[in-house]
Design a protein around this ligand. Structure first.
Ligand code: MSP
Length: 628
């Protein structure tokens, strides 16, 4: 039996889960589920990266302990993965004792190899990236190219890893193993980086407290969060405590990640493993970014889309399908609601959903609730349908092996399209008018059910929920989980079984008519606008206004000391969400009493029909700064 060990990156717990994280995790889940269908011994790992300076600061800003902060966000990731039908075998948390011990053991192995020394680090650091930057890697004014925020200058005495020592071995490895880093464009990026010279890297942070203590020096600070994080791939399978499991799964077959963290996985991680004398992963795949209006989706940029909300609105399978079908996995892809709805309606509601509905409705009309018995030898277009079905798996494999998910789904859809066409060409509804053709009608509809059973297996890595519902509706309840690629034998579908409850699995999404955006008031002059005194104000405290669940009473400071305002935001923000936030205040609004509280100003917010978003500033500016 082959084994298959696949990982996602472990996600930062100072972030909120968004569709970018879901994108990688769904892709890894597809790989894991596909390999389980092949009968492989699969280990699928995901988890969270809970240490580092960014987290330390985020927790302090919220007035929480670091652990409390991590516990909250980790729970959000875990429940999201449950909702997204993610079938991970283990969820690693880097704050677990098990991981910390293994990370220390790994650091020590690198130290024992003679690859660690102490020196001063002085340079730029982007806290949201948790990475050191060279000046020429930053944009003008030392702005981080990923987060579009200024990097910070740091100077500290740290432990360094002799990365430079591994330059030649790394180069040879990547040159001789074209599959080690994929896709090709990413491999070339890494190659040119190595060729331009590798410098030793700081692998500890003396000024950071929230992390795994450096094991060789009680005053040495903590492991650089990336060294801590990368070691999750081995700590999760027993590097510290379970050599059998480690030997069973390591080296990983594939580390999946996006291009932003390729250097860590394609250069630093293999070099550290070489130093610790451990085998190297077989493949590192750096996929593209999901973007919104061309910008990477990220909390720091402020354009996150919550996958959980999408799944609530459209269903988990639709979201998973869209991620895997719409974009070329290696390249960036722009997310839009319009393309989402279009894709779901055309591929799922029209093609796959329709095949299921039509087939089952025709069976109901002609054979009651029972799957009919196929009669007679193949005739008409039967053989073409059977051939198409039997050829899907060998055509699918090369695409999955290359993580070309969209192409893989396109191959599967050849069967969806062929089966719909088969139904049209065979027109059983016409034959059914002639009682002497009943056997032929039975054969045609049986073939369609058999195609649907094949499809339930093919789509199950992508849409496990839909696969299960197809299986239930064609009457194979309970056997869904048991199906594997070994069940792709034409004619294995039992006849005579009772159909399950028939319901559309992908209802069509009705597209809302775009609201006409009319200017809401007549024109004003710049002088009119200047009458409004808008200021940056910090929310000092917040509490609910008694007797209503819509209002919050906020104490804010717009540069001239605390004042109270009442804001109708309680349905969208809790008081804790707002404390410490910098908002935009209409500072010269005539005070008015709201529910007995005098409100001395008003904050600005975007107000939709079902949601509300408070205007804020994307850089820290002092309270009282004028807004115009
Ligand atoms: N904690 C590190 C990873 C350590 S792994 C040893 C980290 N975390 S992260 O929360 O920032 O997640 C980065 C990963 O999330 C990316 O590599 C990618 O897998 C996924 N994505 C985050 N935003 C993304 C997009 N906008 N688009 C696609 N994937 C994205 O880096």
């Amino acid at each position: 039996m082959s084994k298959f060990y696949v990982t996602t990156p472990i996600y930062y717990t100072n972030d909120v889960p968004h569709i970018g994280h879901a994108y990688t995790t769904v892709a890894a889940d597809v790989m894991a589920r596909y390999h389980r269908l092949c009968g492989d011994d699969v280990f699928f790992l995901t988890g969270v990266d809970e240490h580092g300076q960014k987290l330390e600061r985020a927790a302090a800003e919220k007035g929480m302990s670091e652990q409390e902060y991590c516990d909250n966000i980790s729970a959000r990731f875990m429940s999201l993965w449950e909702k997204m039908d993610i079938s991970n075998d283990y969820f690693i948390r880097t704050t677990s004792e098990r991981h910390k011990a293994a990370a220390q053991k790994f650091f020590r192995a690198v130290y024992d190899a003679g690859d660690v020394y102490k020196a001063y680090y002085e340079g730029w650091y982007c806290v949201p990236c948790e990475r050191f930057y060279k000046e020429n890697e930053l944009l003008d004014e030392n702005i981080c190219p990923i987060h579009e925020r200024p990097a910070e200058w740091i100077k500290e005495e740290n432990y360094f890893f002799r990365l430079s020592k591994y330059q030649d071995r790394l180069l040879k490895l990547i040159e001789e193993n074209p599959d080690f880093i994929q896709p090709e464009s990413r491999r070339n990026e890494v190659l040119s980086m190595i060729r331009s010279g590798l410098e030793d890297r700081s692998i500890s942070r003396s000024s950071v407290k929230w992390g795994v203590p450096v094991p060789i020096d009680p005053d040495g600070g903590v492991l650089y969060v990336w060294v801590d994080a990368l070691s999750n791939y081995i700590s999760s399978i027993g590097y510290g405590d379970d050599p059998d499991t480690l030997a069973r799964y390591w080296p990983a077959d594939i580390h999946l990640l996006a291009k932003d963290i390729l250097v860590f996985h394609g250069i630093i991680w293999p070099a550290l493993l070489m130093s610790a004398n451990l085998p190297l992963p077989k493949q590192i795949f750096g996929h593209g970014w999901l973007t919104k209006d061309g910008k990477k989706i990220s909390k720091t940029i402020g354009n996150v889309i919550d996958p959980s909300e999408l799944a609530d609105e459209f269903g988990t399978d639709a979201v998973r399908y869209f991620f895997m079908r719409e974009f070329t996995f290696g390249s960036d892809g722009d997310f839009s609601r319009e393309s989402f709805i279009h894709r779901i309606n055309s591929d799922l509601a029209n093609d796959l959903g329709n095949l299921l509905n039509r087939t089952l409705a025709l069976i109901k009309q002609n054979f009651g609730d029972t799957i009919p018995q196929p009669e007679g030898e193949p005739e008409g277009h039967d053989q073409e349908l059977i051939d198409t079905a039997l050829k899907i798996l060998p055509r699918l494999k090369p695409h999955i092996d290359k993580l070309a998910f969209s192409d893989a789904l396109d191959v599967i859809w050849d069967l969806v399209r062929r089966a719909n066409k088969y139904l049209d060409e065979s027109a059983p509804w016409r034959l059914a008018k002639d009682p002497s053709k009943k056997d032929r009608v039975a054969a045609i509809l049986y073939n369609c059910v058999e195609a649907l059973r094949f499809l339930s297996i093919f789509v199950s890595p992508f849409m496990p929920g839909a696969s299960k519902r197809i299986v239930e509706q064609i009457g194979l309840d309970g056997q869904a989980a048991a199906q594997t690629f070994a069940d792709l034998e034409w004619g294995k579908m039992p006849s005579g079984v009772a159909m399950g409850k028939v319901e559309p699995i992908f209802p069509r999404i009705e597209v809302e008519k775009k609201q006409e955006v009319k200017p809401s008031t007549s024109e004003i002059t710049i002088d009119d606008f200047k009458k409004v005194d808008l200021r940056v104000a910090e929310v000092l405290s917040a509490e609910a206004v008694e007797g209503t669940d819509k209002l919050l009473s906020l104490t804010v400071d717009a540069g001239s000391g605390p004042r109270t305002i009442v804001a109708g935001v309680a349905e969208y923000y809790s008081p804790e969400d707002l404390v410490g936030k910098k908002v935009i205040l209409v500072a010269n609004l005539k005070p008015a009493k709201v529910r007995g509280v005098e409100s001395q100003g008003m904050l600005l917010a975007a107000v939709g029909k079902k949601d509300l978003s408070i205007l804020s500033i994307d850089k820290d500016m002092p309270s009282g700064t004028k807004v115009r």
